[in-house]
Design a protein around this ligand. Structure first.
Ligand code: PA5
Length: 466
């Protein structure tokens, strides 16, 4: 068991919530745990007979880590994890570059994993494969920029086309554009065209049909009842992770360890229940309707953005749900922090701290001048400065009636990341139970998607996968 701690710490000071409130919430947290751990899974196991008010019930993300690990033990190279690792090995041999096409939950997890695990200049320093993201906007400049970059390089690139519905316009359009680019650039020494596109989608989706027609034989499924933003530990996040050399076993074991802790530990020693409980109370009793995750490492900023989507799409329903906001410090201490400290008292600020960030410590260092008066701290490293900035910020916020909470991540190794991602997904579902909203599904987003298609004259028939 790792040391991942959720320490509500300072949040109990004036302006936050009280220990008594959290103790009073314990029976409801226990009930929510029972619903997630038993009732929802029992309902899922019944298959097609879900009551309409429980639709959708994308709860299958919860047991997924254990299921994938067990299947790997049983079926080895035939298992999903075995097949992912095999394909990742092959692609790493065949191509220099991978372009991931996907949006929302189909891309955010892979981006978070890459940034947390790889060198910050992975692509620039010759990381193999170079890894790019597209199909997550309709931005001409960004798309053309990547097309220009790939066009200037004779080496083959692979496309991962990730879309559960297989019908998301941004991804579908990018698929056309990047497959056309492959065709334009290919030379006889490139691998077969059919080996260079890997779809990850639901069975029977439009993307699945395209893959059938094109003969793209390496294909992975988004498991049924795993929603997009809960799909990080399915092939959606695992294939990109394997391509980037991230240890899938450790990632899944971390998530499985968090599942155990969720099931077995009492409130007060249960990161999932404690995080959900503090967030819920802060929102519903202290007016802290903005959930601010303060990151202190650039490599965790996209993890914060992944969580923004998770919280926003899961709980932002029926005019409820806290508004997520990720900040990157100390950068944002020089821009947003003034408002966070002395503006409206509507924010719960949680510091995401890393005990062992991984990179070698970097000292302030000597210089042939002392006009900056830094000689006194020349031996101190940037980690010391980060701690000083964080404590300084916490004190300043506390004195202004904005106490902060804290999540401590032992490191950015795959095991700790697996724990953290699973913790946040479970906590979001528990919070949905406390709030009384279905955390699964995103009815508002679906309306925008349909409207966009209608405005483009593309609303002729239904998506076969939905
Ligand atoms: O969480 C979700 O389900 C959404 O954010 C989807 O991931 C996003 O809309 C992309 O959908 P799809 O994977 O079907 O292309």
């Amino acid at each position: 068991m790792s040391m991942l701690i959720y320490d509500p710490g300072g949040v109990f000071k004036d302006g936050g919530i009280s220990q008594e409130q959290l103790a009073e919430l314990a029976p409801r947290l226990e009930a929510a745990r029972q619903e997630v751990d038993q009732d929802d899974l029992a309902l899922l196991a019944q298959g097609a007979s879900l009551p309409a008010e429980r639709e959708p019930l994308d709860a299958a993300f919860y047991p997924l880590p254990e299921e994938l690990l067990k299947e790997q033990q049983r079926a080895g190279s035939e298992s999903v994890v075995g097949r992912i690792e095999h394909l990742a090995g092959e692609l790493r041999e065949r191509v220099e570059t991978v372009v991931l096409l996907g949006i929302g939950g189909s891309a955010a997890g892979a981006r978070a994993l890459m940034d947390a695990s790889c060198h910050p200049y992975h692509n620039q320093r010759g990381g193999k494969p170079r890894f790019f993201f597209a199909g997550n906007s309709v931005d001409t400049g960004a798309t053309r920029g990547l097309i220009d970059l790939l066009s200037s390089d004779p080496s083959p690139f692979a496309v991962l086309a990730i879309s559960k519905s297989g019908a998301t316009l941004e991804t579908a359009i990018a698929l056309r554009q990047f497959v056309a680019l492959q065709q334009k650039l290919r030379t006889p020494d490139w691998p077969l065209a059919t080996e260079l596109v890997v779809p990850i989608t639901a069975a029977g989706s439009r993307l699945d049909l395209i893959a059938d027609q094109q003969g793209w034989s390496s294909r992975f499924r988004v498991p049924q009842q795993v929603g997009g933003r809960f799909s990080l530990l399915s092939p959606v996040g695992l294939l990109p992770a394997a391509l980037l050399g991230i240890d899938l076993g450790a990632l899944l074991q971390g998530a499985a360890a968090m599942n155990r802790r969720f099931r077995e530990s009492p409130p007060g020693d249960n990161p999932v229940l404690d995080y959900a409980g503090v967030g819920h109370l802060a929102e519903t009793t202290a007016g802290r309707t903005i959930r601010l995750l303060a990151t202190w490492n650039e490599s965790l900023y996209s993890t914060g953005l992944w969580y923004d989507q998770l919280l926003a799409e899961s709980l932002g329903k029926e005019q409820r749900g806290a508004t997520p906001l990720t900040t990157l410090n100390t950068r944002d201490l020089h821009s947003r922090a003034q408002q966070h400290q002395q503006g409206r008292r509507d924010k719960l600020i949680t510091n995401l701290e890393v005990t062992r960030p991984g990179a070698e410590p970097l000292a302030v260092g000597p210089a042939p001048w002392d006009h900056d008066q830094l000689d006194g701290i020349e031996q101190r490293d940037l980690g010391d400065l980060e701690r000083a900035a964080r404590e300084g910020m916490d004190q300043a916020l506390g004195e202004d009636g904005c106490p902060t909470a804290r999540i401590e991540l032992p490191g950015m190794d795959p095991f700790s990341l697996g724990e953290f991602y699973q913790m946040m997904m479970l906590a979001t579902v528990v919070e949905g139970k406390l709030l009384g909203v279905n955390p699964y599904g995103q009815p508002g987003v679906e309306v925008y998607k349909q409207n966009m298609k209608r405005l483009l004259g593309l609303d002729k028939d239904e998506n076969p996968a939905r």
